[in-house]
Design a protein around this ligand. Sequence first.
Ligand code: SF4
Length: 644
Amino acid sequence: MAPAGPFFAPGGPLSRAHPAYEPRAGQEEMAGAVERVLRDGGVLMVEAGTGTGKTLAYLVPAIEAGRRVVVATGTRNLQDQIFRMDLPFLREKAGMAFSACLMKGRENYLCRYRLAQFATKPMFEVLDERRWLPVIRKWSRSTESGDRAEIPDLPDALKVWRDVNARADTCTGRKCPEFESCWLTRLKRQAERSQILVVNHHLFFADLGVRTAFGSVLPEYDTVVFDEAHLIEETATQYFGVQVSSAQVEELARDAETLAAKSGGSAKGGGGASALRQAAREFFGVLRERLDQGQGRLRFDPPGRDGPDLEHEWTALSAALDGLANEGAGGDEARASLEARGGEIKEALALVLQRSDPGFVYSMEGRGRGSVVLAAAPIDLSALLREGLFSSLQAAVLTSATLAVEGKFDFFQRRLGLETCETLIVESPFDHERQAVLYLPKRMPEPRDKGFLGRAVEEILALLEITDGRAFLLFTSYAVMARVREALEQDGSWTLFVQGDGSKAALVESFKTADRGVLLGTTSFWHGVDVPGEALSLVVVDKLPFDVPADPLIAARIERIRAAGGNPFREYQTPMAVLELKQGLGRLLRSRSDRGILAVLDPRLTSRPYGRTFLASLPPYPRVREIEACRAFFGGPKGPEGQA
Ligand code: SF4
């Protein structure tokens, strides 16, 4: 394995390949640490500030390691950027030789078999979607990959895609007549021959759960680099737990009905669909009633602790799921697949209904269009990750711009079961003291005070005037976002882009070129949104982003720490909020030439003792307390005046 350091050094391959490349000590340091862990084994955690060039700092040693390395990103954007920009750059411009493969979740690929079946007698859940079938069929004749991303305007939520995609529960693997020409079979073979596999966390953890079945898509590996590693715990929680939804049962009923209709049976309710729907309505109806009385995700306790008693409804639903096997029509393969899906749903529901494992938290949640989700989620992932993942790897690197709290990794290490791993902080090369100011307005009421919203709107309007819009307003709740939107609409001076009015990508793209653009978003906009340059000159955060302690999973994690004699606010809630705030504020500076204002309207940052933990974890932005200081900074070329 060639040392990675010289690659990044002045006059090295990177500076020859990229004339504008400026050597960065942090990048070289990170590449050296990654190279060591890939060579000697173990786990390395690296916080690499924005602008470090961390992607190349792990890709170069990964390629030079000469063995298979899985690179798992938190977002599709980064996955695409690595595969379409960084890897081709290293191959074509820097002359590195390696093979690579981009892999997405199975649902992204078209299933030849299901498409052919569907096309013989199409049954559309949404009639308007009929126009998409010829588009998909035409594309299927020329595509090399079967990846839906090749049809750029295919709507994300297209229902008919669910009828033709290559998801695991409908795939019969080697028994499928299309197995040899299947895009997934080809992709898996390509992956077998590839050194670098670029996946996302969802695919990685989904695959980890099905390593033995045909559903698995990744070939054997012993080395993984997790980028955007701050998102691992959340994603892994989903895959180490169990989730079942009423929508999944409805989908099964619909497929049973379709199969029955194709075999000449009833087009409505055939193949056991009627009985299944009736039983599901009664079962999920009990939950829906409970959910109507509460907000968001609620605990799903056993009857002895005032949870819903579903014994009677479960007997009927379980019989209806078994009934699919007896009443099902169609060919053997299709029928076996339905039966297997019914069996999986039954098994998952039975597990959640027990509500008895003290290591899990059980919850019920209402989602769009009346769907109900029942889930069992592990409270503590540390042992599961250590034993189920890290102990079987030869080497792993976890990196992100936000992993450390007050310069330490304890929080993250504890959460992921990696107390003894190697750690490294690589400072951002940005000049935070000249590129930004952190505005903490005086005289702000506490967020719970009824005067908070009015004052927040005043501050936001004053800041928008200074930067001429070009702002992200990041909220911790939809309710506050909606009220600020109302106020800005009344003001009428701004072009607003509000979460929910379009896809995230489309909103961000339109925002970039808008005149006096202001983008309003909650949780998902705190992460992975990248707007370099003047188009983004102001980021405002309304409140410190503490997770809602009423959420069953958060509440269970808090309780677990308290029961072990710890202090959950200090050990869990505060570090989580610190990392989230670092992410949100990190949206502003994306290059060395960016400048702008950061504002946190929550006075607890300066009035409460824990505020010091937040401030000590942020880059050294100069702090200002008066709006005039923001004006002076933004108007002038030099550093801030009126620093706190
Ligand atoms: S092998 Fe599975 S995914 Fe591939 S065409 Fe057949 S059923 Fe579809």
